[in-house]
Write a protein that binds this ligand. Structure first.
Ligand SMILES: NC(=O)c1ccc[n+]([C@@H]2O[C@H](COP(=O)([O-])OP(=O)(O)OC[C@H]3O[C@@H](n4cnc5c(N)ncnc54)[C@H](OP(=O)(O)O)[C@@H]3O)[C@@H](O)[C@H]2O)c1
Length: 250
């Protein structure tokens, strides 16, 4: 089966491309670096010719409010229009658990706009809502850093390793469209501020984490349940303890 992975050179994209190729599928890793661009349209029609499934794993180069909205809106419109012309039978996208509750944030407003475009198109689809990737903990720490301290909410998180996300994306690509959403999460819940403190200590980073219920998460104030799934998520296998040494080996 021909499968096009938009953002196929990114963190989740690379791992999903590998898994689907190893199962014998004809997979195109699409990204500006491979000459396929969902913003300019470059290479898109050619890449989609004959494709049955498209997995959208692209991310915006900028998280600034207007830039990120422009990215997901333009990319979503161009991609869905090109898929319609090509006769694609399953559109899959990766979004974030809690997106609808985090609308104070420009990033999550853009992800919701992306989801709405998909639901409004007549292409059969599956939206996968994931919790935070373990690989994103450093980025979260950076986003809350002021000087030598990191201000983060103590709201609960249930992070998932990127390998487990790619495994789920692979299974969804090889299943029928749900015309709905599934949620995926890691095996363990902890407080965001505690987990990032543990991550920083493990990496030898001396920044101190200050738990703060008012600290914003990419612009949004968190309730305790904002970032966790109560929708019977599919659980990844990898715990933080198992994942952390794999980071050091890369
Ligand atoms: N981080 C998290 O914790 C988290 C949690 C849940 C869901 N998600 C979602 O997961 C998705 C994938 O995230 P990721 O961390 O794997 O992303 P990533 O590593 O940042 O990769 C982004 C990919 O998008 C591609 N891209 C950028 N502009 C493009 C364009 N104009 N046309 C086509 N491709 C373009 C990049 O290509 P180049 O390499 O050529 O630039 C790259 O392959 C995102 O949509 C994100 O919202 C993230």
């Amino acid at each position: 089966m021909k499968i096009v992975i938009i953002g196929g050179t990114g963190l989740i994209g690379t791992k999903t491309v590998e898994r689907l190729r190893s199962r014998g599928h004809d997979v195109i890793a699409a990204s500006p670096n491979t000459g396929i661009n969902t913003i300019t349209g470059e290479g898109l029609a050619e890449a989609l010719t004959g494709a049955e499934v498209v997995i959208d794993l692209a991310n915006s180069p900028s998280f600034e409010d207007k830039a990120v909205m422009d990215f997901f809106d333009t990319s979503g419109r161009n991609l869905l229009a090109a898929e319609k012309t090509a006769g694609v039978r399953h559109h899959i996208a990766l979004s974030v658990v809690g997106t609808e509750k985090l609308q104070e944030s420009g990033y999550f407003r853009a992800k919701l706009a992306q989801e709405k475009l998909i639901k409004a198109s007549d292409i059969p689809y599956t939206i996968v809502h994931s919790t935070q990737f373990m690989e994103f903990l450093g980025g979260i720490a950076q986003s809350g850093t002021v000087g030598d301290t990191v201000h983060l909410s103590p709201a609960h998180v249930q992070p998932i390793a990127s390998d487990d996300v790619a495994e789920a994306m692979t299974d969804v690509a090889l299943s029928a469209p749900m015309n709905g959403m599934i949620e995926i999460a890691g095996p363990e819940r902890s407080k965001l501020s505690d987990l990032v403190a543990r991550y920083l200590a493990a990496t030898g980073d001396e920044r101190k984490v200050v738990p703060d219920t008012e600290a914003r998460y990419f612009g949004a104030r968190l309730e305790d349940g904002s970032l966790v799934s109560d929708n019977n998520p599919r659980l990844g296998r990898t715990t933080f303890e198992q994942w952390f040494p794999t980071l050091a080996r890369k």
